[in-house]
Design a binder for this molecule. Structure first.
Ligand SMILES: Cc1cc2nc3c(=O)[nH]c(=O)nc-3n(C[C@H](O)[C@H](O)[C@H](O)COP(=O)(O)O)c2cc1C
Length: 322
């Protein structure tokens, strides 16, 4: 049942979906969240930083930890370690990452060029843990040379509990648009839940994806940038409730809350490095956003970052008085 009944899921995004952001998305309506991708080899080397990427807070449940790699035995052992260490609700296999660093080592979307290896990996991971294993695939390596149905069926036969489909090819990167009809084709071809992913930026897109593809649940990545409310808005839209736009002042207050919580957990240096992009996403489209972005990206300290948000808040308040 975990992946059925119109669940709205936060996508794994390296460098973005840390525990602070995941908790925020949960608070605003995400049903399930997933860690950013974690190297199976890094886990086995005992890298503290890698192991930390696979950890989470109890309030994030249900949560999946995503692994990448290309060696069936390594992935199986890393999955077993993660189950013992943090015991997430499921483990996902990354079979879609197009980034050269991952693909060169035969991981991520490179698995889509090696059906036998993919099948071995899923099978080994399923055998190594007692929690569900899911797979997240792109639709193929080359555009229009789709292998998604074949890989989804293979994953199901190997014991996977759900398949997440991002219907672009490796060669497309993030360009063009995702081919939602591929999600429909995969849904027709397997019995396990199918989670649709790709280009859901507004609640209306989510309704359309459910309608056009018949998918069981959907996964949102970039649509959640500076917009953790998208999950609740989609659920309202699914329930026929008119969703509310978020007033700029609420966005700024949430940006500040996000910033302060990140600083509390990770300290000033990491916060200044990691939070600028999030803050810029929150203020996108607001009056004064361009000057605000300059202030944010010039900031070297927490004080400057909070100051940038305060300046924007003050100018919004002045504007609403005028
Ligand atoms: C910055 C960034 C990092 C990503 N990192 C991962 C990752 O770690 N694992 C993964 O499976 N997909 C990753 N993705 C892909 C997303 O999970 C998702 O499949 C893709 O962005 C399409 O969904 P969207 O249109 O809703 O963003 C990443 C995407 C972006 C933009």
């Amino acid at each position: 049942m975990l992946f059925k009944n119109n669940k709205v899921i936060l996508a794994p995004m390296a460098g973005i979906t840390d525990p602070v952001f995941r908790c925020l998305c949960k608070e605003y309506g995400a049903d399930i969240v997933v860690s950013e991708m974690v190297s199976a080899d890094g886990i086995l080397y005992g890298s503290k930083a890698t192991i930390a990427l696979a950890e989470f807070q109890e309030q994030e449940r249900p949560i999946g930890v995503q692994l990448f790699g290309s060696d069936p035995d390594h992935l199986a052992r890393a999955a077993a370690f993660i189950q013992r260490n943090s015991n997430p609700d499921f483990i996902d296999l990354n079979s879609g990452c197009p980034v050269p660093k991952v693909v060169k080592k035969n991981g991520g979307s490179a698995l889509l060029q090696n059906a036998k290896l993919f099948e071995k990996i899923v099978s080994a991971m399923v055998k190594s843990v007692s929690i569900p294993v899911t797979v997240k695939i792109r639709s193929g390596w080359h555009k229009f040379n789709w292998v998604d149905v074949e890989f989804a069926q293979m994953a199901e036969a190997a014991g996977a509990s759900a398949v997440i489909v991002h219907p672009r090819s490796q060669t497309m990167g993030f360009s063009g648009h995702s081919y939602w009809e591929r999600i429909y084709e995969v849904k027709k071809s397997v019995g396990i839940p199918v989670i649709g992913n790709g280009d859901v930026l507004f609640p209306g897109d989510a309704l359309r994806m459910f309608d056009e593809t018949g998918c069981d649940s959907i996964m949102i990545g970039r649509g959640a940038y500076g917009n953790p409310w998208i999950f609740g808005q989609i659920k309202d839209a699914l329930n026929g409730i008119a969703y509310r736009d978020i007033p700029p002042l609420i966005k700024l207050e949430t940006a500040l809350k996000h910033l302060l919580e990140f600083a509390r957990q990770y300290g000033e240096r990491s916060t200044v490095r990691e939070m600028k992009k999030h803050l810029a996403w929150y203020i996108k489209g607001m009056t004064g956003a361009s000057a605000g972005r300059d202030l944010i990206f010039r900031s070297q300290t927490m004080e400057e970052l909070t100051g940038a948000l305060s300046t924007l808040m003050d100018s919004l308040k002045r504007e609403s008085i005028c």
